[in-house]
Design a protein around this ligand. Structure first.
Ligand code: 13P
Ligand code: SF4
Length: 312
């Protein structure tokens, strides 16, 4: 019975993939997929990537339509960077709770309290918040971005865990917002201790959205792309992975001879998993849901994203 259900699902996916190829041609569309998406979406993506790479791809593409498979702020960033393109998302309910932990009113109040500070905002934020921001960053370039800013004082939002990690690597004074990622923040010291006992030969790699005490236990700390590169290039054969479990797809593609154990069964972002292949096909069929950002907000937010893309 199980085998029959699997066979049916595989057949359905084959049909969906064929339809998708046809629609992609008709619409001149590209599919961008974050590494946390379901395998069935990563399999059909033109580009898989972390937040930084996907923002770059959106800014550069000459396709007419971008189907952004990730969460809402990612689609919004793509629309801001490519205002003349149609940006579709498979399901507009796919949000990011961390991005919702900061709003423009709160940020303006913080700026009024610290008039000499510049605002560095993690790309996991709304367009309205980006419009109040001097420069954006992702986990791949956070330290470089903070160090590039022409001010000694930084208002950092919204991720306190990433902020704490960056603070350890810069002399600038960081005023850190209290936001966090519900998924990464769930990983505890106890989880890691247990995994290390179970897999004593494995290296522990972690995303800086995890808690500082968990990050302190790691053999390697990095963005999703950083973790992938480290595991690909390492001579080690076994890893305990402290980031979202969708990353397993690319880890296995890159290093089929290595073993990856996710550090907790809770490392699954339910928002990222709202999307599926059926919804990607439906989005291209109906050309809905589309992302729209008011022009005045987009024009301000674009400056903060473009400044980030220029940091080398
Ligand atoms: P990166 O893609 O920058 O590694 O960020 C992780 C994340 O949580 C995205 O929502
Ligand atoms: Fe937001 Fe965390 Fe999910 Fe990324 S993994 S989309 S930061 S909740």
């Amino acid at each position: 019975m199980e085998a029959l259900a699997l066979e049916r699902k595989a057949e359905q996916n084959r049909e969906l993939k064929e339809r998708l190829l046809q629609l992609k041609k008709e619409r001149n569309a590209i599919i961008l997929a974050h590494y946390y998406q379901r395998d069935e979406i990563q399999e059909v993506a033109d580009f898989r990537g972390d937040s930084f790479l996907l923002a770059q791809k959106a800014a550069e593409t000459d396709a007419d339509v971008i189907v952004f498979c990730g969460v809402h702020f990612m689609g919004e960033s793509a629309k801001i960077l490519a205002p003349n393109k149609i940006v579709l998302v498979p399901d507009e309910r796919a949000g990011c709770p961390m991005a919702d932990m900061v709003n423009p009113i709160g940020l303006r109040e913080m700026k009024a309290k610290h008039p000499n500070a510049k605002v560095v905002t993690y790309i996991n934020s709304s367009a309205d918040v980006k419009a109040e921001t001097d420069i954006c960053c992702t986990s791949a370039n956070a330290v470089k971005v903070v160090n590039s800013v022409d001010a000694d004082e930084i208002i950092w939002c919204p991720d306190k865990n990433l902020g704490h990690y960056v603070q350890q690597q810069t002399n600038k004074k960081m005023i850190i917002w209290e936001g966090y990622c519900n998924t990464h923040d769930m990983l505890t010291v106890k989880d890691v201790v247990e995994m290390r006992a179970k897999y004593p030969n494995a290296e522990f790699v972690v995303h800086p959205e995890c808690r500082p005490e968990v990050v302190a236990m790691a053999d390697f700390v990095g963005s999703t792309t950083g973790i992938l590169k480290y595991c690909r290039e390492s001579k080690h054969k076994e890893f305990i992975v402290g980031t979202e479990d969708g990353t397993g797809y690319q880890l296995r593609v890159d290093s089929p001879d290595k073993t990856f154990h996710f550090a907790s069964k809770f490392l699954v972002c339910p928002n990222m998993k709202v999307n599926n292949l059926k919804k990607v096909v439906r989005a291209l069929e109906t050309m809905q849901p589309q992302i729209h950002v008011p022009k005045d907000v987009a024009d301000k937010a674009r400056l903060s994203l473009e400044r980030m893309l220029l940091v080398k």
